[in-house]
Structure formats: structure tokens, C-alpha cells
Write a protein that binds this ligand. Structure first.
Ligand SMILES: C[S@@+](CC[C@H](N)C(=O)[O-])C[C@H]1O[C@@H](n2cnc3c(N)ncnc32)[C@H](O)[C@@H]1O
Length: 285
């Protein structure tokens, strides 16, 4: 039985097709990659690593898992599912790549909803993240998804083999995504909006900056056109110090904030948050 379900994986060293032979993925030039006992493959060669342990740390991954499992962000996953569903042609095989999938909450949610809604097996799911700890955690959510350690700079898939790329709160690599997408394929980008977590930012920073939001006009220059842009905004009260700390640790704010800011947020017993998220659908032109 193939542990790795996807059929369009490519060698990160030479781009040749990867085939599963026993517990390895192997290309025609004999580059081989072990499939770990948890069921994921590590397709990040040492020469593509920019640090010893790239991506989110184990502490960030665990905090994100606990926070997301509480359901506070479930509305984001629901809206993502609706947007994705509108892009899926039920009569066609569809390959999804979640680029920077983290510990897999959104992709697993999407997998379960889409399988429910489409009721067929024409869908294939590849979750990619540069953090090995994130991918190990993701394997615990779902064994039907192909989980890979690798980089968005060079997704280890064959050229023009992916229909829908998801990039949630992550790092866009437009040239590489363009290469991976089929003609007419789409990228669904989810970014924080201007109001996102403003209350947390007001506590941890002396001066609150607007979050960086990818410039859609820039994206169009790179071979994509913006076909949809929607926002989701809601308020939520978090009434547990543990949850507030998980939120703090899972966001990049934890590392950017001053020590004083971190301590002030870490001691809160409750926090009202505004969740403000932008969904964009970009089509390959
Ligand atoms: C803010 S987290 C978002 C994770 C997930 N998309 C979510 O929304 O829960 C960003 C993720 O991008 C990953 N990452 C950072 N650089 C990357 C790269 N070059 N290629 C792939 N993943 C990367 C990190 O390890 C981390 O899991």
C-alpha cells in the first residue's frame, strides 16, 4: 500500500518525478527520501535549509494546535471551505497544495468538509511546511493527506500539476506557485486585515503598526489576476489566560514584541479580540 497518496511529487534536487519504492521516494537519478514512520516525507535537502531548524518551533506548533482546536477560529476554516468549494469542479480530479500548512488545522478541516460535500475520491491533498515539528503534528490530524517537509520557494511537485494552492498566514512564493499550478489554477491567499488582533497588538507594542497585506496589484504583475476578495470580521472574548498565551505564542508578535509587552499580555485573564481576515482568489493568467 502506498503511504504517500499524491502522484505528482517531484525530486527537490533535480525536479524528476518521485516514485514510492518501499519506504522511500526515489527519482530516476537515485535521489532518495525516507518516508517517516508517522507517514510524512522530508523533501527539504540540507542545501535548501537556511537554518538548522527552519520554520515554526515545536512550542509555536503546540500552542497553535491547542488554540485552533478550541474552535475560536473555526469561522475562518468555514469561510475558506466555502471559497474553495466554489472553485472545485466536481467532475474533474483536483489537486490541492497547502503551502505553509503549519500543523494542518485548516487543511484537515477542508479535507473533511470537501469529502463530505463532493463524496468522491477525485481529490488529492498535499500539505507542505518547512517546519518538521509542524508536519509531525499535522500527521496526527489526518493520514489521508500527503504531508511533506519542504519549502514554498520550491514546492516538490511536478510542473503544472496543482489546481488549487492555499497560502494561509504564510509566505507567498509567486514564481514557484506559478510553476506548480495548472493553467487556470488558483491561489487562495488568507492574510490578516488591518484590524486583526488589534487589542493584542495595542498591549504588546508601544505603537501599533498595520499588518503587512500583500499588494494585489503586485501579484497581478506576477502572472495572476485577482478574481475575488472577501473579508471576515468578528469579535470574540477569550476568558482563559492559557488561551491568551497560546494565541501570543502562535503569532509572529511573540517574537517581535518587547519583553514588557509580552509580560503584560501573558498575565491577562481575559481579552476581547477582533479577528479580521482577508481572503483573495488569484487566478493564473
Ligand atoms: C503563521 S504560520 C501559518 C500556518 C498555517 N497556514 C495556519 O494558518 O495555521 C506560517 C507557517 O509557514 C511555515 N513556513 C515558513 N517559511 C516557510 C517556507 N519557506 N516554506 C514553507 N513553509 C514555511 C512555518 O513553519 C509556519 O508553519
Amino acid at each position: 500500500m502506498n503511504i504517500i497518496k499524491a502522484h505528482n511529487l517531484a525530486c527537490p534536487i533535480d525536479g524528476q518525478k518521485l516514485e514510492q519504492i518501499n519506504k522511500q521516494l526515489v527519482c530516476v537519478n537515485s535521489h532518495s527520501f525516507d518516508i517517516a514512520r508517522q507517514g510524512y516525507a522530508n523533501l527539504l535537502p540540507v542545501q535548501h535549509k537556511r537554518s538548522k531548524q527552519p520554520g515554526d518551533s515545536k512550542a509555536m506548533v503546540l500552542a497553535r494546535t491547542e488554540f485552533l482546536n478550541s474552535g475560536i477560529y473555526e469561522a475562518i476554516a468555514e469561510k475558506l471551505t466555502d471559497i474553495v468549494f466554489a472553485e472545485v469542479n466536481k467532475d474533474k480530479d483536483t489537486c490541492f497544495l497547502d503551502a505553509g500548512c503549519g500543523e494542518g488545522y485548516y487543511f484537515d478541516y477542508l479535507f473533511n468538509r470537501l469529502i463530505d460535500k463532493t463524496g468522491d475520491n477525485k481529490l488529492s491533498f498535499i500539505g507542505l511546511d518547512i517546519s518538521k515539528d509542524a508536519i509531525i503534528q499535522a500527521t496526527k490530524r489526518n493520514r489521508q493527506i500527503t504531508w511533506l517537509v519542504g519549502t514554498n520557494r520550491q514546492p516538490p511537485v511536478e510542473d503544472e500539476s496543482v489546481d488549487i494552492i492555499l497560502c494561509l498566514f504564510g509566505f507567498l512564493s509567486m514564481d514557484a506557485f506559478n510553476r506548480a499550478l495548472k493553467p487556470g489554477g488558483v491561489i487562495i491567499v488568507v492574510d490578516p486585515g488591518a484590524e486583526h488582533l488589534k487589542q493584542l497588538r495595542e498591549i504588546i507594542y508601544p505603537e501599533v503598526k498595520k499588518p503587512d497585506v500583500s499588494d494585489s496589484s503586485q501579484i497581478e504583475i506576477e502572472g495572476f489576476s485577482l478574481v475575488k476578495s472577501e473579508t471576515l470580521t468578528f469579535d470574540e472574548k477569550i476568558t482563559s489566560n492559557e488561551k491568551i498565551n497560546q494565541l501570543l505564542i502562535m503569532t509572529p508578535h511573540f517574537y517581535r514584541a518587547s519583553k514588557e509587552g509580552r509580560l503584560a499580555a501573558a498575565s491577562l485573564e481575559e481579552l476581547e479580540i477582533t479577528v479580521d481576515v482577508i481572503f483573495r482568489v488569484l487566478e493564473k493568467t
